[in-house]
Ligand binder design. Sequence first.
Ligand code: SF4
Ligand code: SF4
Length: 391
Amino acid sequence: MSQSIQIIPEIRDVIVEAGGKDIFKCFQCGKCFSVCPWFQVLATEFPVYKIPQAVKLGVIASSEDKDVIEAEVKEIFGCVGCEACLKECPRGVDIPGIIRAIRRIFVDYGTLPQELKSAISKIQGTGNPLGEPREKRVQWCEGLDVPIFQPGMEYLYFSCCLPAYDARLQKVAQATAKILQRSKISFGILGPNEECCGEAIRRVGSEKVFQKVAKANSTSFGNSGVKKLLTTSPHCYTTFKNEYPEIGMDLEVLHQTQLFAQLIDQGIILPRKTLNKKVVYHDPCTLGRQNGVYEEPRKVLSSIPGLEQVEVENYNRQFSICCGGGGGGLWLDLPMEGRMTNVRIRQLHDTGAEILAVACPYCLQMFEDAIKVMNMDMEVKDISELLLESL
Ligand code: SF4
Ligand code: SF4
């Protein structure tokens, strides 16, 4: 391994104060570098372990050297928060946490990519990263008879911003609502009072805006008498389950694949229609590696008659590679040849599967875009869509 880097004490102190206390624990063995998905895209150009040590925050304060600032911003906002490094580090160094702390400092100085600035300001203004009006948040369920949540209902269904507004992803929320209705699960939605969960902006480093939306959502859940939350996105799932407790929220949270697997086990859902296709499942980092939900999505797929499941050899479950959409990556406009999405979609396509099954709106969007650009012959479907087709 190359020579170790000595961090400047003043810079280290600022990073620690912003929440990156693990910076002391790293002994620069470089193991994180070898598992970071950027290694497969950029080879030696993204040396994870050096970034927190080599960053020069003083340059930002003085704004003297634009090239250095640009290079640092590119590196610091390149991390997709997949946590592959955290799982492999022999010292348990929270590298994504250190990078997030550095991002907080950058955000305080307004030094971040324009696309991320825009997403943060849209969330602040309209409660969603697309800047769509709040009253349109219920558009996805028009004609589906989905009620506003009332006390006594079992689940509050939280669709996530993308399935609420994006025409393709609305189909995922619609499939989910139809499955719940067929299963006679009592559920409702918050409607226009729903705000973005704030996961992506927290990972981008915008802690103040995250705190604002988290408090607004938590208050709405409390006022509505919600006890159980059901999410379509693993990003909403992990934030409600693992991060909202920091602000006092204590609700049961389920990802929809977990509920579907339970309903299948209980015989409440019985997939009958045959789908004679070969399918590969992509483990989203946030659901799999970060929350250990590996088997429920596979159980749902294996309950569908005719569906043949294949795996990406060596790169499944905790070794899955990020779709590139996490940590703000979804909003970054990276050149096509420099995207980690391409590495992953090639692995998935090489299995010979006709269908790529996903359980995350970010993955669906990233992979559909890549398939179009790379002219590949593979369909991307959310597990809810496949399950509904088979009922
Ligand atoms: S694996 Fe852990 S200890 Fe080794 S360089 Fe990476 S963060 Fe540091
Ligand atoms: S979280 Fe993922 S992308 Fe970020 S440094 Fe770690 S391995 Fe690389």
